[in-house]
Design a protein. Structure first.
Length: 135
């Protein structure tokens, strides 16, 4: 197995693994993916959960294009505009509703959620970056 995920008992519970160990020669970096279709049209305007779904689908498509999947991911970074703790329910709803479809494990690989003021364009609520390792 290229990627091993774990969470030491000494760290707080989270919807992601705290540690990833990977061996492999091909490192895959998927640029920030947002809720846009292949023509660049916005998807799920104003809907954080919906945008999380589409951004994760696009991340998956990027991974698939090089023979990878979420099982190869060692790091996810989520950027969310105007973040507040009240948004966690909508955010996680989006994650859970698409995880089986794209093969995103539960718990997720190591992840960070970073609140930002502004992303690509005003309607973009979330952006996802992924790092994977392949043999």
């Amino acid at each position: 197995m290229t990627v091993q995920l774990s969470s030491p008992d000494s760290l707080m519970p989270a919807p992601y693994q705290h540690v990833a160990v990977a061996t492999g020669t091909r490192h895959v970096h998927v640029a920030g993916q947002i809720a846009r279709d292949s023509d660049g049209a916005p998807m799920a305007p104003g809907d954080l959960a919906g945008q999380v779904v589409h951004a994760l689908r696009n991340t998956y498509l990027g991974l698939q294009s090089v023979g990878a999947g979420f099982e190869d991911v060692v790091r996810l970074t989520f950027y969310v505009t105007a973040w507040s703790p009240e948004k966690i329910e909508a955010f996680m709803s989006g994650v859970h509703s698409v995880s089986a479809e794209v093969g995103l494990p539960t718990p997720m690989p190591p992840a960070s959620l970073i609140g930002v003021d502004y992303l690509f364009e005003p309607d973009v609520l979330v952006e996802v970056e992924a790092t994977a390792v392949l043999d």
